[in-house]
Design a protein around this ligand. Structure first.
Ligand code: SAH
Ligand code: SF4
Length: 378
């Protein structure tokens, strides 16, 4: 079986090269060709010894994921759907902003967590993605964008693991993927610019703090256990107080001095003023000193099977005001790529019918993309 070189972080690639009788610096060269230059053919890697290139051809490849579809929104957001085999597909979204380019990547095909408001959750779980399948999303998007924007330097400045799946349930494959994102010989992203979003797998939050601390976002969605049990079933295993304690422990290792709480605004369910007041009390109860969290209120992206509706904008504003008046930094997520449904899990159901995959690839079009400005570093 040929190895997929996208599966390896630098140490993994060095071990692979060592098995071929090659020194570590060769692995560094190879790693740079793949991730910094976007090369997939060994013959293009001109400064690698010919003998190594020949050796690699027999045992390894850079295995990209086939693109099923690409949609570009009028606001510049791009959504790709990738074929991961077996009738499964995952989505990746690029969100250009004035001062950054964010890529949202998927960590699993489907998700086992079954959150009520999430269409990925409603699909159920298919399988964990391999490290290489997560990195293939970044590798493709970065080099596609560089080529189309005619840019030599990095286009993607931030990665968020907020696509399909629960990243901490696929911990062993996610860690090497994070290391590739952070590695200066690959994408060179700072820890503050790589975010893992979790529904709250407490032991894995602790492990992440120890092994590869990056920015952490926690999907809270409710101020009380009774309500959260209903929206995020994982809460029955790791209730809110336990989760808050884990967040506090994480802060000691985190690259940022706060945790982001995501809160999906559901009409009449979790969006009442009383819920905002309960959140303030919760945050205060768990604050060991000063500000330690931020809230990101997410307008719900509705889908019929959920039976849920999005909160009216004035309700979201009123809710945010309660948090802000209590001194909690609160943002309301801008909806991006609405015309292409670029939200968590939206395309998921559409791709179950594998017979259509070939048809979709054939229909794929070439698009022009608006340039993104990314001069400002934050
Ligand atoms: N499994 C992880 C990461 C993927 S979900 C997690 O739950 O955090 C990424 C974010 O999208 C989460 O905050 C999730 O709650 C939110 N989300 C899921 N479905 C949504 C929907 N229909 N509308 C708005 N946000 C949604
Ligand atoms: Fe899974 Fe996250 Fe969706 Fe919950 S919100 S079902 S954890 S992807």
């Amino acid at each position: 079986m040929t190895a997929n070189l996208l599966d390896y972080d630098l140490d993994g690639l060095a071990q692979f090269c060592e098995r071929l009788g090659e020194k570590r610096f060769r692995a560094v060269q190879l790693f740079r060709w793949i991730h910094q230059k976007g090369a997939s053919r060994f013959d293009d890697m001109s400064d690698l010894a010919k003998s190594l290139r020949e050796k690699l051809k027999g045992v390894a490849q850079v295995q990209a994921l086939p693109v099923i579809s690409q949609h570009i929104s009028s606001d510049g957001t791009i959504k790709w759907l990738f074929d991961v085999g077996g009738g499964d597909a995952v989505e990746t979204v690029f969100i250009p902003e004035d001062d950054r380019g964010t890529l949202c990547i998927s960590s699993q095909a489907g998700c086992a967590m079954g959150c009520r408001f999430c269409s990925t959750g409603h699909q159920g779980f298919s399988r964990n993605l391999k490290t290489g399948e997560m990195i293939a999303q970044l590798w493709f998007a970065e080099h596609f964008l560089r080529e189309h924007l005619q840019r030599d330097e990095r286009v993607i400045s931030n990665v968020v693991m907020m696509g399909m799946g629960e990243p901490l349930q696929n911990y062993a494959e996610v860690i090497p993927a994070l290391r590739v994102m952070l590695d200066d010989h690959a994408y060179g992203l700072s820890r503050r610019r790589v975010t893992v979003s979790t529904s709250g797998i407490v032991p894995k939050i602790d492990l992440l703090a120890e092994q590869c601390p990056v920015a952490l976002a926690v999907s809270l969605h409710a101020p009380t256990d009774a309500l959260r049990d209903d929206l995020v079933p994982l809460n029955k295993k790791y209730p809110i107080d336990m989760l808050m304690d884990a967040c506090n422990r994480y802060l000691a290792h985190a690259p940022r001095d706060f945790i982001t709480f995501e809160y999906c605004m559901l009409d009449g369910v979790n969006d009442q003023i009383e819920h905002a007041q309960q959140l303030v009390a919760l945050v205060r109860r768990h604050a060991s000193g000063g500000v330690w969290c931020k809230f990101n209120l997410i307008p719900f992206n509705p889908f019929p099977e959920s039976g849920l509706h999005c909160s009216p904008p004035q309700q979201v504003q009123a809710f945010a005001k309660v948090l802000m008046d209590a001194g909690i930094v609160t943002t309301i997520r801008k909806t991006r790529g609405e015309d292409i449904d670029a939200a968590c899990g939206q395309l998921a159901g559409e791709v179950k019918d594998r017979t259509r995959v070939g048809e979709r690839i054939a229909r794929q079009r070439t698009w022009t993309i608006k340039p993104v400005s990314m001069d400002k570093e934050t």
